[in-house]
Structure formats: C-alpha cells, structure tokens
Ligand binder design. Structure first.
Ligand code: VAH
Length: 317
C-alpha cells in the first residue's frame, strides 16, 4: 500500500487495538505508530513504534507528527456514551478539542493526507425514525457523546469544504469483538454476554428485553474502516459521516443465539441508566449510501458472529 505512514490515536481502546494489528499487517509494523495515554499490555504494541500521547496536548501531538510525518491519521480517542454522561464537561473537551487538534494539524502541517474519525449511531436522537434510520434526517442527540459526534461530523465536513481536509468517517453501531474489551459504552453488554456465557452460563443485562440496537462484528468494522480510508477521494461523497449497519438485535435475541451453542445459558435483567441512552438511539440503520458510494457490505450476522465469538473465546475459559 505504497509508502504510507500511519498514526493511530487512542490505539489501546476496543477498536484501536484491532485496528493497529490490521494496519500493521497491511503497511508493516514500523510504518504504523500506535499512541495512547499509556501502553496496554496487549502484545500487538510490542510489534512496532508506540508513543505516549494525550491528544489534548496539542504541542506534543504536533511534535509526534513532525517526528514520524504520518500520511494517514486514525483519531479514535474519545469518551463513549455511558462514561461521557458521568463527566460531561471533560467528555466534550476531549471529544471536541481532540478532533480540532487533528483537523488543524491536517490543515496546517502539510503532512497528513487523510484523516479517519469515528462517529456513531449515537449522533441520532429520539425524533429520528428508529427503523431504517436514514443517512440524512433529523438528528437530535440527547447524550454529550452523541452531541459531540454530531458536532464533530459538521466540523469535519466544514474543514473538508473550506480547506480540503480529507476526513472520512463512519457512524459505528455497537462494536463486538473478542480481542479487546469495550470501554464505557451502552452496547458493551453485547461483548460481556459472551464471556459470561462461557464463565458462568448466566448474564445480567443492564438493558431491557426487547431493546433493539444496531451492532457490528469487529472484522466487519475493520473492513469498513479500511475500505473507506482506502477509497479514492471522489467515492467519498459524504463528508460528515456514513451510516453503517451490520445487524440489529435485542438482548433476548443474542441470548437465544448463544443458547444454540450453550443450551443452559440464562439471561436476567437489571436495567440501569443506560436504558435511557439506548432508547434515544436507532434500532435499524439504512446504510445504502455506504453500499452505493464505496461498496460496503457486511459479512457477519448474529448467528455467524456468535459462532465465531464463542469459538475464539472458549480457549480463554
Ligand atoms: C457506545 N459502543 O455504546 C459505543 C457506540 C453505538 C454505540 O457508539 O457508546
């Protein structure tokens, strides 16, 4: 893939950990610089360069850009929905100032050719149609996380239109994977349920039965992220962020998929504050724009994901 140099900000998170591994497989270990507040013990970070970076420290960030001259930057550092509601002021600062530091560096330093920055289905709100949620429509997010994602989308689009900063973005559903732990999301139950099924054969869900949310298996999330980042610029027609969908299910449906493998698995419910967040989000996303513009198509549905999750996790229990 040419002589690209890649910088990943927020590398030690749920998506970052797997994205660094995938990028190093494409570009070579030494061409992918991982960075985060501190290095996690995941062996992927021993394979290539790692920089300690707080994206709110703009001076240090620009020194790293000068040092490595990255041509592609993946900016993943942010507080997710549930955590952001516990510290709304800091969440706004991190999610917005962090993005501005990246967009301004791309505009001003003449090094960064492409930026990737994740939005979320959290950018939608309670007045958006919950089924077949359109690419364009009413967006009235009620969480700080969702407000920061919608605002970030509009700024990314502004920087593209005004200064040609080539940012690509996806409105991720809940991400599910077995290689890294989620952190502070409202969809995190859909990861811990698999671990619980193998450890205790029971899962206490913090969302109500019937709470349908859009979800995406990590291999599909990585495919979509790399596909949009590698797409020719003219194919990326939407510069705010693309709707992206893999599957949609409620807690009772993922429990039933698990019971096909572990018949005596049980789900119980102990609903908490994350229920309100989930109820403000879409249930089923229309991602036809991503399919038309740059050929998006998911590979995994609930049953295929469940089989793969359990097969890969069972060795660790
Ligand atoms: C969260 N996993 O729960 C993230 C994601 C759509 C959900 O944005 O906050």
């Amino acid at each position: 893939m040419g002589t690209e140099k890649i910088l990943v900000i927020g590398s030690c998170g749920q998506l970052g950990t797997e994205l660094v591994e995938a990028l190093r497989g494409i570009y070579g270990d030494s061409n992918v610089i991982a960075s985060d507040l501190k290095k996690s013990d995941n062996p992927v970070f021993e394979a290539g360069p790692f920089e300690t970076l707080d994206i709110l420290d703009e001076k240090s960030f620009r020194e790293i850009v000068e040092k490595y001259k990255p041509t592609h930057v993946y900016h993943l550092a942010a507080l997710l929905s549930a955590t952001a509601e516990k510290m709304p002021e800091f969440a706004w600062k991190l999610n917005m100032d962090g993005l501005f530091h990246v967009l301004n560096a791309a505009r001003d330093m003449g090094v960064i050719k492409r930026v990737y920055w994740p939005s979320s289905i959290a950018a939608f709100g309670p007045n958006t149609p919950r089924y077949n949620t359109p690419q364009f429509g009413s967006m009235d997010p009620t969480t700080v996380y969702g407000i920061s994602k919608l605002s970030g989308e509009l700024y990314a689009q502004y920087y593209y239109n005004r200064w040609g900063v080539d940012t690509r973005s996806l409105r991720y559903p809940g991400l599910i994977g077995y290689k890294s732990a989620p952190g502070g999301g409202t969809t995190d139950y859909a990861v811990s349920i698999y671990h619980d099924a193998l450890q205790t054969k029971t899962h206490e869900c913090f969302l109500k039965e019937g709470t349908v949310l859009p979800m995406l298996y990590m291999p599909d999330a990585l495919k979509a992220t790399l596909d949009i980042m590698h797409a020719p610029s003219e194919q990326v027609k939407i510069r705010s962020s693309y709707n992206l969908a893999g599957m949609s299910f409620g807690p009772e449906e993922i429990a039933a998929a698990i019971q096909n493998h572990i018949p005596d698995f049980k789900i119980t419910y102990n609903v908490d504050y994350r229920q309100q967040i989930a109820e403000s989000w879409p249930a089923v996303i229309d991602d036809s724009s991503a399919r038309e513009d740059w050929g998006w198509k998911p590979d995994y549905d609930l049953d295929k994901m469940t089989a793969d999750m359990l097969a890969n996790l069972k060795n660790s229990y």
